[in-house]
Design a protein around this ligand. Structure first.
Ligand SMILES: Nc1ncnc2c1ncn2[C@@H]1O[C@H](COP(=O)(O)OP(=O)(O)OP(=O)(O)O)[C@@H](O)[C@H]1O
Ligand SMILES: [Mg+2]
Length: 310
């Protein structure tokens, strides 16, 4: 790292979406950028306000779920920035699914009747609800695509101990249930979501973003069952519409496929959909971030100082 931006900074990592600053040995400050990724590829244009939308939904949801398990969030110094405990990540993503949607549907449609070792019945429509939510973990690949992994494989590869994995699954199901209740109260269905867990001080912590349009799929509840029963597409409120647009243009993140051109209109439309989602999911009016990049850095500096100096 050539220089430090923040006081007490000990590291910097640029994720696909977030700029992650390590502060001292115990903390992280994460700036959610307006970068957008789909199929694990960063698209060529940024989406105005997307970072703020993600950050504020995640913070809202982490606070609403704070009684279920320890979570990493301590502070939101700017609309697009969060700060909290740095955890030692488990190298797995815990995907919880209430419906046969997205990757699960694409797998089912290709003829497979098994997901991460969990058998699925014949004759399901796209987006059909499971009797109870299922956990379909995936590996958190350092580069490239995450892949489904069965629970016994997680244990065999020592990605978590049996006791840790049991605890993680218990937390994930309770978080998903809360996420469903919060969505329901807003006229939405939380179809599926992804959680990441880590360890700190010997305890399991929920980390990263939760229940955001990038980590989850939401549907409008009204008319959902009827549409699914008729094999029609229910109305989605999540990043899936970006994935569907990319797929309709022949892009699924595979080598050799070209990313389709993103026009100003397309960028504007995606931005608006993120903002609508924020308002729908949280029930609050969206207030555009008033801070310049320079002001944001100042707020992050003060936050780093508070974290370390108390
Ligand atoms: N509290 C935490 N402690 C440690 N790591 C965390 C914590 N919260 C989130 N992370 C990690 O920080 C990164 C956030 O960056 P971002 O969301 O841009 O990454 P991503 O695109 O999801 O994944 P990748 O890291 O593969 O690019 C993720 O790798 C996530 O696992
Ligand atoms: Mg992420």
């Amino acid at each position: 790292m050539p220089f430090s931006t923040l006081p007490y900074q000990t590291g910097f990592y640029r994720g696909k979406v977030r700029d992650v600053y390590s502060i001292g040995s115990d903390w992280l400050i994460m700036l959610a950028s307006d970068r957008i990724s789909a199929f694990d590829v960063i698209l060529p244009r940024t989406i105005p306000f997307k970072g703020q939308v993600l950050n504020q939904i995640a913070a809202h949801m982490l606070r609403q779920c704070a009684d279920i398990c320890p979570n990493w969030l301590l502070d939101v110094p700017a609309p697009n920035v969060s700060a909290g405990w740095k955890c030692e990540p488990f190298k797995i993503e815990i995907v919880v699914r209430g419906t046969l949607t997205g990757h699960a549907w694409r797998t089912y449609q290709s003829g497979s009747r098994q997901l991460c070792g969990i058998p699925l019945p014949e004759g399901l429509n796209e987006n059909a609800s499971f009797p109870t939510p299922i956990i379909t973990p995936s590996t958190k690949a350092a580069a490239g695509h995450d892949e489904d992994i069965a629970a016994d494989e997680i244990i065999r590869q020592q990605l978590a101990t049996p006791e840790e994995y049991r605890m993680i699954c218990e937390y994930a199901l309770a978080l998903f249930e809360r996420g469903r209740q919060l969505a329901h109260a807003r006229g939405l269905i939380l179809a599926d979501t992804k959680y990441e867990f880590g360890k700190r001080d010997g305890k399991i912590y929920l980390m990263d973003e939760i229940h955001t349009p990038d980590s989850s799929r939401y549907f409008r509840a009204e008319g959902f069952e009827e549409k699914v029963g008729k094999g029609e597409k229910p109305e989605q409120l999540s990043k899936e519409f970006v994935r569907e647009w990319l797929m309709s243009e022949g892009f699924m993140g595979q080598a050799g496929q070209a990313i389709p051109e993103m026009t100003d209109e397309r960028v504007h439309e995606i931005s608006n959909r993120y903002i609508q989602l924020y308002e729908k999911v949280t029930g609050e009016n969206f207030i555009p971030n008033p801070f310049s990049e320079k002001e944001t850095v100042e707020l992050m500096k003060k936050c780093a100082q508070r974290l370390v100096e108390g």
